[in-house]
Design a protein around this ligand. Structure first.
Ligand code: ADP
Ligand code: MG
Length: 329
């Protein structure tokens, strides 16, 4: 059974200024032990999907389609079941959470509290002191760090504490929303290595969210690229990154500096202009305004994600572009 399945997920925020269709028909599946990267520029709907998985969206937000955690429909769960599932089936490391630790509580205390509140009663996790030390060691921190206050830790160490918190009840799925964005490059690499290790050694499934496509290719086997609330390309991460099919993925990949090529850092290519406002999407393919291969039909046709069958294409790839070789059904 899949750890996570999103089926035709649509999410619309209700605001005073009108409806914001932030997610528009997303399908995504994570099997046990899978590492899937969700990429795309700011505003394309990544964090909205993360929040939707555990029903953490603002009240009144319209959600349709299905979110299945281990086959169970999250939006059909009773409150008690939902609370249990939130820490034991899936946990989230939120975007921008580096300052969310309580500044006047020792970090060990904060992890112990999470265990007390959320671990199933009577479980081994209730031997909290030993458990806190074990969790800290699992994320590469000495157990003594439990005695420290957040301000005594570096950004990278605090991110590790947040990961330890998320792991407190042994979730099967970890959703990490931009976990490295606020960290410097060296520390980013260490946090990525940690997530890879957790995935490998503990069979964790990982949904890794970032705007930085290049970060994902090392960490994730599969990659889904989002634009304006939809997945526009999907496939094995190395092939998607190295030979993108969708013009948006191509531009996004080119906009990040190539490692070992200082010139590309100085002068990133691709991706002129801004992503569209979800409440005022252009007609046809929402990317056509910024696309360098757009033709007149792109202003009217908005094609769905389809299997790519162009010669030489790796298996398991799909793209939503009228110009990409596809299997017609
Ligand atoms: P990402 O994580 O990819 O940057 P988000 O999921 O945060 O994107 O946002 C997707 C879209 O939804 C954006 O246009 C954003 O402005 C809008 N949005 C996000 N949160 C809210 C909210 N609480 N109310 C209204 N609109 C929102
Ligand atoms: Mg986000």
């Amino acid at each position: 059974m899949s750890v996570l399945e999103l089926r035709d997920l649509h999410i619309t925020y209700r605001t005073e200024g009108g409806d914001v269709p932030a997610v528009r028909g997303v399908n995504l599946t994570l099997e046990r032990g899978d590492t899937v990267g969700l990429a795309g520029e700011s505003g394309c709907g990544k964090s909205t999907i993360a929040a939707a998985v555990l029903r953490l969206l603002p009240k009144g937000t319209n959600v349709s389609g299905q979110v299945l955690l281990e086959g169970e429909d999250v939006y059909a769960m009773k409150p008690g079941r939902l609370r249990a599932v939130r820490w034991t089936s899936a946990a989230i490391v939120f975007q921008g959470a580096l300052h969310s630790l309580n500044p006047v509580r020792r970090v060990g205390h904060q992890i112990a509290e999470a265990i007390r509140l959320h671990a199933p009663h009577g479980s081994a996790a209730h031997h909290t002191d030993a458990r806190v030390g074990e969790l800290l060691e699992r994320v590469g921190l000495p157990a003594e760090r439990a005695q420290h206050y957040p301000h005594q830790l570096s950004g990278g160490q605090r991110q590790r504490v947040l990961i330890a918190l998320a792991l407190a009840c042994e979730p099967k799925l970890l959703i990490a929303d931009e976990p490295t964005t606020a960290l410097d490059v060296m520390v980013q690499a260490q946090v990525l290595a940690l997530l890879e290790e957790l995935q490998r050694d503990h069979g964790l499934s990982l949904l890794f969210i970032t705007h930085d496509l290049s970060v994902l290719t090392h960490t994730c086997e599969k990659l889904a690229v989002m634009y304006a609330g939809r997945i526009v390309e999907q496939g094995p991460s190395q092939t998607v990154f190295n030979s993108p099919e969708h013009p948006y993925t191509r531009a996004l990949a080119a906009s990040f500096p190539t490692i070992g090529d200082p010139a590309s850092r100085m002068n990133p290519r691709g991706l002129a202009g801004d992503p569209p406002d979800p409440s005022a999407l252009p007609s046809g393919c929402p990317f056509h305004i910024r696309c360098d291969v757009a033709t007149p039909e792109c202003t009217t046709l908005d094609v769905a994600l389809r299997d790519v069958v162009s010669p030489g294409a790796a298996p398991g790839r799909s793209a939503a572009c009228v110009h990409v070789g596809v299997a017609r059904v």
